[in-house]
Design a protein around this ligand. Sequence first.
Ligand code: ADP
Ligand code: MG
Length: 283
Amino acid sequence: MFKRATKSQIKLRLALVGISGGGKTYSALSIASHLGKSIAVIDTEHGSASKYADLFQFDTCELSSFHPQNYIDAINAASGNYDVLIVDSLSHAWIGKDGALEQVDRIAKRSPSSNTFAAWRDVTPLHNQLVEAMLLCQSHLIVTMRSKTEYVMEEYEDKGRKKTRPAKVGLAPIQRDGLEYEFDVVGDMDKDNNLIVTKSRCPDLVGRVINKPGKDLAYCLRAWMGEPWLVWKSEADAIAWAAAQLPEMPIEELRQEFDNLPASNGKKAPVWVERVAVLKEPF
Ligand SMILES: Nc1ncnc2c1ncn2[C@@H]1O[C@H](COP(=O)(O)OP(=O)(O)O)[C@@H](O)[C@H]1O
Ligand SMILES: [Mg+2]
């Protein structure tokens, strides 16, 4: 009934939030292409992902009605059949045609009191089913969400003079409040294609700002999900990783363990990870 939990069972839940042009679609594809071999995209933006079809290989499903049930069906169809699923964007399930807010309006209009409060009783379970479909998805999941755009005045220098101009900034994601909590990693994308990590269960990404995210971010996530060797650059890194987990063990002993370990299929890192797990639990 029970089996040992391992990180390799982890499926990633990553959310990219941002203004139009921030780099959500491109970054999702770029990260996905280093997370797995097969990629599916649920595209709500008139084929905007297909603009990048010459750069990345993926299957696409274009939604024209953004009823949350259509998202649920598409997520379930991709689940487990692709290494990575991209939902670009999830905001349409909230504010798009036939999305949750429209469903609430529709139900309220039909009710004698035009009461939206009562209408939420029907729409909230639908939204929750969509969240559940994402959480149960057996593929790595990257979702994008648009952010409400606002302008702030930004200072800049022109020929030694200080001037100001309006600059676009992203704010909260357009989706139901609190949806961010369901994701392992959440980041805002700004106009310069920086990903500003605002939430991360992966310790190495906390507070990071990553310009034009792609392979490095994907490897960092995979390292966290059970392939720590992806971020090792030398034997010293492998030993330092082990030392962090086995603080009582003298470093020379660890080095000896490492040196004595035979490689498997020419690779030493995965067997090292297994060996360290055994050293941590000698019983
Ligand atoms: N991670 C990235 N790596 C390289 N270029 C990027 C990246 N993200 C964005 N860009 C550049 O920014 C442009 C707009 O990105 P896009 O993903 O289409 O924005 P959004 O989907 O947020 O509207 C891309 O065409 C590309 O030139
Ligand atoms: Mg886009």
